[in-house]
Write a protein that binds this ligand. Structure first.
Ligand SMILES: Nc1ncnc2c1ncn2[C@@H]1O[C@H](COP(=O)(O)OP(=O)(O)OP(=O)(O)O)[C@@H](O)[C@H]1O
Ligand SMILES: [Mg+2]
Length: 256
């Protein structure tokens, strides 16, 4: 990993909010590098400040202090080179799967035939071939997240941010989606920043895992993870990494 090019630099990010009970410091002095095409996992307990951090990286909220540098240039506001998949994908219910995936290319002015062929590739990639004309209400939770992933890829971002995309899914579907996302990343190499509060998910997916403290989010430790893929969750190597992370975490983190 160290030999790879740094694509994104996060420097001294800080953000607080003022509320009824005074000031809440959500993120404090967070700095890290993201390498080109790596699968980076940000692991932290609930409410520690993960979404606030991602929203700053995606340019959706402004940091109080610090900088986000993409390919050597500071990012100001939202940059389409950084795409997002949310915890509960906000699909447009009146649009079909294809129309939802097409939103980005249509916005960019790509003609119909070309954009449909382009989007079909991503619909196939996420395993939704045959569901192009279905509406979101006809899909399961896992399938909706697949549409969200296809839509994010169709925007052709350099960096794909995923904020606990499988948090709302049942355990069985979640395992299946973790395998899917690893396979998709392998086939369509892209830099991914994946947020989770689940240690097992972090160990299964990450090339590196950045472990955060309770709020305010600060970096506790960075774990490189060079285990061969696809990863075996019951191997000794996997258990060892999982245990060393869970021994180092605050209680609110998911150990399963
Ligand atoms: N717009 C806001 N105004 C005030 N406080 C906020 C705002 N956004 C976030 N916070 C506070 O910042 C803290 C961190 O929130 P954040 O959503 O980043 O946590 P998280 O780590 O993503 O949690 P979860 O795992 O539950 O998604 C919370 O205490 C939250 O209440
Ligand atoms: Mg969150």
């Amino acid at each position: 990993m160290a030999a790879n090019k740094v694509i994104l630099q996060i420097r001294n990010l800080k953000k607080s909010f003022s509320g009824k009970n005074g000031e809440v410091l959500a993120v404090n002095d967070v700095s890290f590098d993201v390498y080109d095409n790596e699968f980076l996992v940000l692991l932290g307990p609930g409410q520690c400040g993960k979404t606030v951090m991602l929203n700053m990286i995606a340019g959706l909220i402004e940091p109080d202090e610090g900088e986000i540098i993409l390919n050597g240039k500071p990012v100001r506001g939202h940059d389409p080179k950084i795409g997002m998949v949310l915890q509960r994908t906000a699909l447009m219910p009146w649009k079909t799967v294809m129309s939802n995936v097409e939103i980005g290319p249509k916005w960019r002015g790509v003609g119909k035939a070309e954009r449909q062929a382009y989007c079909q590739k991503f619909i196939d990639l996420v395993g939704l071939t045959g569901f192009e004309k279905s509406f979101p209400a006809q899909l399961s939770g896992g399938m909706k997240q697949r549409v969200g992933i296809a839509r994010a890829y169709a925007n052709d971002p350099e960096i794909l941010i995923m904020d606990e995309p499988f948090g709302a899914l049942d355990a069985q579907t979640r395992y299946a989606m973790e395998e899917e996302v690893a396979r998709i990343w392998d086939q369509q190499k892209r830099t991914v920043i994946f947020v989770t509060n689940n240690i097992e998910e972090a160990c299964f997916l990450g090339d590196r895992i950045i472990l955060f403290s309770n709020r305010p989010a600060t970096i506790k430790e960075i774990y490189p993870n060079e285990m061969a893929r696809p990863r075996d969750m019951i191997s000794e190597e996997f258990m060892k990494l999982r245990t060393s992370i869970s021994d180092n975490t605050d209680l609110a983190i998911d150990t399963l």
